[in-house]
Design a protein around this ligand. Structure first.
Ligand SMILES: Nc1ncnc2c1ncn2[C@@H]1O[C@H](COP(=O)(O)OP(=O)(O)O)[C@@H](O)[C@H]1O
Ligand SMILES: [Mg+2]
Length: 265
C-alpha cells in the first residue's frame, strides 16, 4: 500500500479538495482507496455525508498515536492507496501522518504567503526523510503564466524543481467547488472537463513518483500550452527541526534514506 499525505500550514490551499480529487482519480485508475481525515474541521466527512455513496470510505483519525496502527490495518484489509488529509497549522497528527507516508504532497496557491507557509511542512518531510512534491493549485486559467511567487532564484537551484513540482498545475475552476458541494469528486462531476483531466494527470504524476519513476523533465502543458516551470523558490537555509512531540516519538536516525531529492531546496 502507498500512503500519501496532503499537508501545508496554510488553510484554503486545497488539501481537502485535492485529497478528494486524487482519491477518485486513483480509484478510477484501479486502486482500492481509503481517505483518512485528521482535520477536525471535517471537510471530508461532510463531503462523504453529502455523497451518500460509501466509497471511498472516509475514516477520521485525530490521534497522532493512532495513525500508524490504522495504516497497518487498512493495508491488511487490501487497500492499495491511503490518502491522508490534514489540518492547517502543524499538529502532532500531521507530524505523524508525514512520518508514515510515502510521499508528502504540499499544495500551494501561487502566492508568496502560500509558498512561505510550506516551510514548516518541508522541514517535517526532511526530518522524516520523506519525499515531497509541491502542487500548485488554484492557478489562473488564462492569459498569464504563474509568475515567480518568491524572489526569483538562479536557474541552478531551480533545476531540480522538476523532481518536486508536480505536474500539471491545477487551475482555479468552479468545477472543484461545485463537485464538493454535491458530494462528488471533480472526475465524477465533470468527467470530460479540464479540471478532471488535470487531476487525472496529477494522479499519474504522483503514481509515477510513488513507483520511483523519473518524472523530471516531463513537462505537461499549462493551459496556455506553454510547458515551463515558471515558479522558483529561494532555498531556505537548513533549519533545525524541533523534534516532533513525544506522542510520535523521536526523529528517526535513518542514514540509509536518500535525502538527495530535496537537497536542492
Ligand atoms: N483548483 C481549485 N479551483 C477552485 N476552487 C478550489 C480549487 N482548489 C480548492 N478550491 C476551493 O478552495 C477552498 C479551500 O480548499 P480546501 O481544499 O478546503 O483547502 P484546505 O483543505 O487546504 O483548507 C474550497 O472552497 C475549495 O472548493
Ligand atoms: Mg481541508
Amino acid at each position: 500500500m502507498h500512503t500519501i499525505v496532503l499537508a501545508t500550514q496554510k488553510g484554503g490551499s486545497g488539501k481537502s479538495t485535492l485529497a478528494i480529487g486524487l482519491a477518485l482519480a486513483a480509484k478510477q485508475a484501479g486502486h482500492r482507496v481509503r481517505l483518512i481525515e485528521t482535520d477536525t474541521q471535517g471537510t471530508l466527512s461532510n463531503w462523504q455525508s453529502r455523497r451518500g455513496i460509501a466509497e471511498p470510505i472516509v475514516e477520521t483519525v485525530y490521534g497522532a498515536n493512532d495513525i500508524e496502527h490504522r495504516l497497518q490495518s487498512i493495508e491488511r484489509g487490501g487497500v492499495t492507496l491511503t490518502i491522508i488529509d490534514t489540518a492547517g497549522g502543524v499538529s502532532a497528527a500531521t507530524t505523524a501522518a508525514i512520518r508514515y507516508c510515502d510521499l508528502c504532497i504540499v499544495p500551494a496557491r501561487p502566492s508568496l504567503a502560500d509558498i512561505e507557509a510550506t516551510a514548516s511542512t518541508l522541514h517535517l518531510a526532511r526530518a522524516w526523510k520523506k519525499p515531497f512534491a509541491f502542487v500548485l493549485n488554484q492557478t489562473p486559467t488564462r492569459g498569464q503564466r504563474v509568475h515567480n511567487a518568491t524572489s526569483a532564484l538562479s536557474g541552478e537551484a531551480a533545476l531540480d524543481l522538476a523532481d518536486v513540482l508536480a505536474q500539471p498545475f491545477i487551475a482555479m475552476r468552479n468545477d472543484h467547488q461545485d463537485a464538493l458541494g454535491v458530494g462528488l469528486a471533480v472526475g465524477e462531476y465533470a468527467p470530460s472537463g479540464k479540471s478532471a483531466d488535470e487531476i487525472r494527470n496529477l494522479w499519474r504524476w504522483i503514481e509515477t513518483r510513488l513507483n520511483g519513476g523519473i518524472v523530471a523533465g516531463e513537462q505537461l502543458a499549462c493551459e496556455d500550452g506553454k510547458a515551463e516551470f515558471p515558479i522558483m523558490f529561494v532555498p531556505t537555509p537548513a533549519v533545525e527541526v524541533a523534534a516532533p512531540t513525544a506522542a510520535v516519538g523521536p526523529l528517526p536516525a535513518r542514514p540509509e534514506a536518500d535525502a538527495s531529492w530535496d537537497a536542492c531546496l
